[in-house]
Design a binder for this molecule. Structure first.
Ligand SMILES: NC(=O)C1=CN([C@@H]2O[C@H](COP(=O)(O)OP(=O)(O)OC[C@H]3O[C@@H](n4cnc5c(N)ncnc54)[C@H](OP(=O)(O)O)[C@@H]3O)[C@@H](O)[C@H]2O)C=CC1
Ligand SMILES: CC(=O)N[C@@H](CCC(=O)OP(=O)(O)O)C(=O)O
Length: 321
């Protein structure tokens, strides 16, 4: 029998993409609310409690409210918002994060889907800290650029509608300039860093796709760690994972430009190591589709694991040509 999935916030950017990925699958059936019911508390409560698994694609406050409405102890939840990513009782929905974590997701009732930027940053940093190549005390900086769909309906409208009061006409802009971005707690905690990293994101005038950068001064690392060891560590860590890959060192070093859109329309995160051995410097980079592995794709991957729908794991994620 097909499992019942309710996407609360189905009409939003993330919700729509999850719906698209699930349409046409015969192992899931979607509980869908009509336009007039999608914000009706009673209708949502009913759907949340009927579902085998609910995926919350809502602002934080609405996600917290949705959790308070769930009475059915069998209902599983994936929350795409920031509300529960570092909360007790929730499993962080990044199955590739560390050994055994895929199993933790598989057996979880409550999964906090990661933020798009943290997926890139944690994906680069955590294996290095776990393997003692990067001290947990290292003062990490994370720079990033995202397509504007990362900001949901509001930012999409500000970028696309020139008549909107809050229209943004810049080709690219930096933000998070107060250094208090909402992704910092999950980035620090799951990267296993002792200090809050500096995180400096930006948005470009293109719809989706992101690149997340972590520059490292290799000369400052203990034990003479070079780019080759870092690359080997990442390659070993992600070996055997369907949705993560590490570009060969020589391929990355031959690149003249890194395209933040290179992984669009996939659920795969790609890692690069760029280095200048002479200066002892290195820039680690992750590229991902902010709506794929950064949000909706990750949610579907987690859903498949939590419901044992293994055959669905490889579905609906075409690699870009
Ligand atoms: N966009 C992205 O790349 C990513 C987004 N996320 C997270 O996912 C969540 C959804 O984001 P996103 O899809 O971008 O946001 P959107 O603004 O595009 O969509 C949110 C949806 O939730 C609906 N909504 C708001 N309040 C309620 C409510 N009380 N009851 C029912 N529905 C409600 C909105 O309705 P209406 O249409 O009327 O506004 C809208 O359709 C957020 O928490 C975001 O932080 C996570 C990772 C990446
Ligand atoms: C471009 C843009 O605005 N991006 C969003 C993050 C998108 C994301 O990862 O979603 P969560 O909101 O679920 O954390 C931001 O910086 O707030």
């Amino acid at each position: 029998m097909a499992v019942r999935i309710f996407i609360d916030g189905e009409a939003g950017t993330t919700g729509l993409q999850i719906r698209e990925r699930l349409m046409g699958r015969d192992d899931v059936s979607l509980i869908s609310l009509g336009a007039e019911e999608r914000k009706d508390t009673d209708a949502r409560r009913r759907a949340l409690n009927e579902a085998d698994l609910s995926i919350l694609c809502l602002p934080d406050a609405a996600a917290v409210e949705a959790i308070s409405m769930i009475e059915n102890p069998e209902t599983k939840v994936i929350d795409a918002s920031t509300a529960h990513r570092v909360a007790d009782g929730w499993v962080y929905g990044f199955p590739e994060m560390t050994e055994g974590h895929e199993n933790a997701v598989r057996h979880a009732r409550f999964v906090g889907n990661p933020g798009c930027y943290p997926t890139g940053a944690i994906g680069l940093i955590r294996p290095l800290v776990e393997n003692a190549l990067l001290p947990a005390t290292y003062p990490v900086t994370v720079n990033a650029i995202s397509g504007y769909s990362g900001g949901g309906k509001n930012l999409i409208q500000s970028m696309e509608d020139s008549s909107a009061d809050d229209h943004i006409s810049s080709a690219v802009f930096a933000y998070g300039l107060q250094l208090q971005h909402k992704h910092l707690p999950e980035m620090q905690q799951y990267s296993m860093l002792e200090h809050v990293p500096i995180f400096q994101p930006s948005v470009g005038r293109y719809y989706k796709g992101m690149a997340v950068y972590v520059p490292l001064h290799l000369w400052a690392l203990p034990g003479g760690v070079g780019a080759a060891r870092i690359h080997q560590c990442l390659s070993d860590h992600y070996s055997g994972h369907l949705f993560a890959e590490v570009a060969p060192l020589e391929q990355s070093s031959a690149l003249l430009r890194l395209d933040p859109e290179e992984m669009n329309d996939t659920n795969t995160i790609r890692f690069h190591v760029f280095a200048n051995e002479k200066s002892g410097q290195c820039v680690l980079a992750a590229t991902l589709d902010n709506l794929g592995k950064g949000a909706s794709g990750a949610a579907v991957q987690n859903m498949n694991l939590m419901l044992g729908l293994e055959e669905g794991l490889g579905l609906n994620f075409e690699r870009a040509a």
